[in-house]
Design a protein around this ligand. Structure first.
Ligand SMILES: *[C@@H]1O[C@H](CO)[C@@H](O)[C@H](O)[C@H]1NC(C)=O
Ligand SMILES: *[C@@H]1O[C@H](CO)[C@@H](O)[C@H](O)[C@H]1NC(C)=O
Ligand SMILES: *[C@@H]1O[C@H](CO)[C@@H](O)[C@H](O)[C@H]1NC(C)=O
Ligand SMILES: *[C@@H]1O[C@H](CO)[C@@H](O)[C@H](O)[C@H]1NC(C)=O
Ligand SMILES: *[C@@H]1O[C@H](CO)[C@@H](O)[C@H](O)[C@H]1NC(C)=O
Ligand SMILES: *[C@@H]1O[C@H](CO)[C@@H](O)[C@H](O)[C@H]1NC(C)=O
Ligand SMILES: *[C@@H]1O[C@H](CO)[C@@H](O)[C@H](O)[C@H]1NC(C)=O
Ligand SMILES: *[C@@H]1O[C@H](CO)[C@@H](O)[C@H](O)[C@H]1NC(C)=O
Ligand SMILES: *[C@@H]1O[C@H](CO)[C@@H](O)[C@H](O)[C@H]1NC(C)=O
Ligand SMILES: *[C@@H]1O[C@H](CO)[C@@H](O)[C@H](O)[C@H]1NC(C)=O
Length: 875
């Protein structure tokens, strides 16, 4: 918890200090070694690199005159950390270079040894500069602060410098892939970086043996890629119970020989690829039993012998490839009858004999692709029989049987009813193709099975045209109808014309519906079309005769609320337009009735979908991420972009609606509080909101600021990540209150317990979830001041590079300063005291321009800085 406290205060101070430094004229001071190093890089690269104006924008030989992080002309890709200190009554800022990022910058030249003088560097990212060549300098080993080294896609040659391995105390991610590096990987006893989590050595010319105990001395490794090199010798040992965290291992396309070491009982591995090597020996299923985590196994293109092992005990295996090995010729095995998890099965070139049995589909309940090419299967392929297998997969898309010996195909239905693709080219059956074509032969030999496509298309066009023209014209009628009523009754005319005047004044055009119209479309507010009830009123579904659906909100009339106040609100809400906010279509006013008409959002609210599992929608992580981001964008818009700004006050799952594309829309912001522009928070008397989502200062003291929404958003994040309500009385006592449980798990360093167990996560997704959790913790900080504002939340959710470096720098400084967490109690109130603060408390990060067009790259680095709470030195 303490480390989060530091992050919180730094974020806060960062905001404060950034504004301060902009306001004051200060003296910026750079360390000599930093300027020297950048000067040397400039000297090496400036002459040879083409289009320096762009590729090395801002870089200049006169380092003192044009310092790297100057606000006027920052150097491309150079990131600084600024630490204020007071010197003889003047404010002086110490700048240190903490990041160097030049992606795809066409750099020509070598990496000069002076890189080793950038001793504060936290991230070094020089990628996709194919003409950045020469050896990796030994001096890289002086960069003791590095978290992230990414040098992929360059032209570096020679071995990894020996010294390189002995240094790093913080390194989490090392990517040297796609160079021409040679030599061996280091011996185990020369490596000291236990913090390493991802390592990519692929596409180089490395040789020699991979150290057998690699996974134990790199015990924090999560993902390692050694593919496409020239490694020889055997595979390293894979099973060290409880001593490795590896999820993702790739040894493919090397010269690795020997047999497969046992993986049975492995507790973490998910992806294993040893394809295209020289592995041999019998592939005994005992080597691969009891691995409940494995999803992908590729052992294709080796020299394994014996029979094909029964791997159906691997209960999560989705992708299995054993193609092109030297297995004993035999018919298709029957072990597969109960292989439910498998989606893709590749058994090409494994010498299957006999006719195609129905067991090739039986029991594979989720199979999508089956590759049986280059075998020796004979006889008749009886498609009727395959389709009749009761427990075959309904999602089967392709059965590929090319280059076998199948002489006949039996199928009795019309070929265009065949929705599984068969490929039999290269079989005797297809030898006649061209000479005596029939539909079936055309279908399975050339995959031309559908002759009716054109007809279907023209139907579609007609339907679309009708669908587009109808509603518009009907809508027109409704507007005319409304105007007619406006003229016909004096009282109503007065109300409505007053409203119209107001709308014209503010240039908004909500439709004014008549009361009888609203009654008709809601079937006189019939309970059957009631969608829900909130603090402000009841919501009904309305359906216009043309089928357009709307949500009608009938507000509980505040007794004395004047028309003017209501209209003011409508004007504001009608002006608010954002894809993540429910759109107001119009309103209806009648005596003391106040009705709002909104777009109808198809899938209902997140509470129903996520917690009550209505509508049977599987909320995978990418969908949930999109919901989190959408909601964050919506709130950010309300807080800072809407005019005037709006505090929602009631962010919660049941106020997040999902449209048919699962895009979230925040509802109910219409009657939220307007944000007074001149005050940072206001006191309110009536506390509105929902239990469990209320920020503490609001619940207890009635203090309302936009941070109240940040808090509720944090709670919502936790709910989305964990798939449960924030208060759930049905759970065991310690889990009833989600936040309480989360803080407890954080203390125990066990936050992964929070993740929704039904999420089937990929490795990169799990890393991203970890980031989202971190952000959720920031948002629910008990002190409103320490919560980030929504624009920072959005930036962090999107994997903002500035914040990433800020976080990394913080971690480094923290551990350097001997974990003096107590200096920063998360609940204390503090301000940015420039004169007395010690340097790390007040550190702020300034970021120079980042290369344009590389957001994706930035995102991926951010998501690689993972599981930081997991590394030992933070504890
Ligand atoms: C740069 O680093 C080298 C090697 O560590 C050192 O000898 C040299 O003094 C440094 N230069 C500066 C200007 O710091
Ligand atoms: C390793 O690097 C290669 C080439 O840069 C890339 O294609 C591959 O996806 C990377 N492997 C991992 C596990 O990220
Ligand atoms: C390095 O490997 C050797 C043999 O493979 C082993 O005896 C030794 O304990 C290992 N050293 C470390 C630090 O793991
Ligand atoms: C590994 O951890 C599991 C539970 O986390 C425990 O049951 C098992 O005994 C441990 N195995 C070893 C060899 O320490
Ligand atoms: C395994 O590696 C080979 C060679 O690098 C590659 O072609 C294949 O697609 C990989 N398999 C999987 C499942 O990624
Ligand atoms: C593996 O290849 C090496 C040569 O690269 C050879 O010395 C060794 O005997 C081979 N091992 C096996 C088990 O075939
Ligand atoms: C797999 O697990 C089962 C039960 O957990 C055990 O009986 C069996 O011996 C294990 N098999 C191997 C090869 O470890
Ligand atoms: C198919 O069988 C023939 C002879 O029966 C054999 O020569 C050939 O190698 C086999 N092909 C495959 C791919 O197993
Ligand atoms: C699938 O069907 C086959 C025969 O059609 C049968 O032998 C097998 O037991 C079935 N498997 C399951 C899981 O029902
Ligand atoms: C069918 O297999 C042949 C031979 O492998 C291949 O060239 C062709 O692209 C395949 N057709 C489809 C539609 O996959």
């Amino acid at each position: 918890m303490a480390s989060y406290g530091i992050l919180l205060s730094l974020l806060y101070l960062y905001q404060l200090c950034t504004s301060l430094v902009a306001a004051q004229t200060v003296d910026n001071h750079y360390a000599d070694n930093d300027l020297y190093a950048l000067g040397q890089l400039w000297a090496e690269w400036s002459q040879s690199t083409p289009d320096g104006q762009h590729n090395l924008a801002g870089w200049n030989g006169a380092v003192k005159t044009y310092p790297p992080c100057a606000q006027t002309s920052p150097w491309r890709g150079v990131f600084c950390n600024a630490k204020p200190k007071s010197e003889w009554g003047r404010d002086v800022w110490d700048f240190e270079i903490v990041g160097l990022t030049l992606r795809d910058a066409s750099i020509v030249g070598k990496l000069p040894p002076a890189i080793g003088n950038l001793t504060n560097l936290v991230t070094l990212i020089l990628t996709d500069n194919p003409e950045l060549t020469g050896p990796l300098p030994e001096e890289l080993g002086y960069l003791l602060s590095l978290f992230d080294i990414d040098l992929h896609g360059n032209g570096f040659t020679g071995p990894i410098p020996k010294f390189f391995y002995q240094s790093f105390g913080f390194l989490q991610s090392l990517d040297l892939s796609g160079n021409q590096l040679t030599g061996q990987l280091p011996e185990n006893n020369s490596i000291s970086y236990r913090t390493l989590q991802t390592m990519n050595m692929s596409y180089n010319l490395f040789s020699g043996e991979i150290p057998p105990d690699l996974l134990i001395y790199l015990g924090n490794l999560v993902s390692a890629d050694f593919s496409s090199n020239r490694f020889t010798g055997g595979l390293p040992l894979l099973v060290y119970p409880n001593k490795t965290k590896i999820l993702d291992l790739d040894f493919s396309n090397n010269l690795i020989n020997g047999s497969l070491p046992t993986m049975s009982g492995h507790r973490t591995i998910r992806f294993f690829n040893a394809s295209e090597n020289l592995l041999s020996g019998e592939l005994d299923s005992a080597l691969l039993s009891n691995i409940s985590t494995l999803t992908t196994l590729d052992l294709s293109r080796n020299q394994f012998t014996g029979t094909i092992p029964d791997l159906s005990t691997l209960e999560k295996l989705e992708y299995l490839d054993l193609s092109y090995n030297n297995f004993t010729p035999e018919p298709f095995p029957t072990w597969a009858n109960n292989f439910r998890s498998l989606r893709k099965l590749m058994l090409k070139g494994v010498s299957f004999t006999g006719s195609v049995p129905s067991s090739i589909v039986a029991g594979f309940e989720n199979l999508q692709t089956l590759g049986l090419d280059d075998n020796n299967m004979t006889g008749t392929l009886d498609i009727n029989r395959l389709l009749a297998v009761p427990n075959r997969s309904r999602s089967l898309k392709l059965i590929s049987l090319t280059n076998n010996k199948i002489s006949n195909v039996a199928y009795s239905d019309y070929v265009y009813n065949l929705n599984i693709k068969f490929n039999l080219s290269g079989n005797p059956y297809c030898d006649l193709a061209g000479k005596s074509d029939n539909d079936l032969r055309r279908c399975v030999c050339h995959q031309q099975c559908f002759y009716t496509e054109e007809v279907e298309n023209s139907k579609k066009i007609i339907i679309t045209v009708i669908a587009v023209t109808l509603p518009t014209s009907l809508l027109f009628c409704y507007i005319a109808y409304g105007i007619f009523f406006c003229k016909s009754r004096r009282e109503r005319r007065k109300l409505i014309c007053e409203a119209n005047q107001k709308f014209a004044e503010y240039e908004v055009k909500p439709t004014i519906y008549t009361y009888s119209e609203v009654r008709t479309i809601t079937n006189d507010f019939h309970p059957d079309v009631k969608l829900g009830q909130g603090h402000y009123g009841a919501v009904y579904k309305g359906t216009f005769p043309n089928g357009t659906q709307v949500a009608v909100k009938q507000l509980f009339t505040k007794s004395q609320q004047s028309l003017d106040v209501f209209l003011n609100e409508i004007v504001l809400v009608a002006a608010v337009k954002h894809r993540n906010l429910v759109k107001l279509k119009g309103c209806c006013i009648r005596k003391d009735q106040r009705l709002l008409v909104h777009d109808y959002v198809e899938l209902g609210d997140l509470e129903q979908v996520l917690f009550e599992h209505k509508r049977n929608i599987n909320l995978s992580w990418p969908i949930r991420r999109n919901i989190c981001l959408g909601v964050a964008h919506g709130i950010h818009y309300l807080h800072s972009l809407a005019q005037p700004r709006i505090i929602h006050r009631d962010i919660k799952a049941s106020n997040i609606l999902l449209d048919k594309n699962l895009e979230p829309k925040i509802a109910d912001f219409g009657l939220a509080l307007l944000f007074p522009d001149d005050q940072s928070h206001v006191m309110t008397i009536h506390i509105a909101g929902t239990r469990g989502y209320l920020a503490p200062e609001y619940a207890t003291l009635g203090q309302l600021s936009e941070k109240v929404d940040v808090y509720s958003f944090g709670v919502l994040l936790f709910e989305i990540i964990s798939g449960r309500r924030n208060i759930d009385m049905k759970l065991p006592e310690e889990k009833v209150y989600l936040l309480e449980w989360a803080w407890k798990l954080l203390d125990e360093n066990n936050v992964t317990e929070l993740l929704d167990p039904t999420l089937n996560l990929q490795i990169d997704e799990e890393m991203e979830l970890q980031r989202f959790l971190n952000i959720a913790f920031l948002c629910v900080h008990s002190s409103a001041d320490r919560r980030p504002n929504m624009s920072r939340v959005v930036a962090m959710l999107q994997g903002d590079m500035d914040l990433e470096i800020l976080e990394l720098t913080r971690l480094r400084d923290e551990s350097r300063l001997n974990n003096r967490f107590d200096a920063l109690v998360p609940y204390s109130s503090s301000s940015c005291d420039l004169a007395s603060g010690n340097s790390y408390r007040n550190s702020a990060v300034f970021v120079s321009s980042t290369p344009s067009g590389s957001r994706d790259g930035l995102l991926s680095t951010a998501s690689r800085t993972i599981q930081m709470s997991d590394t030992e030195w933070i504890r």
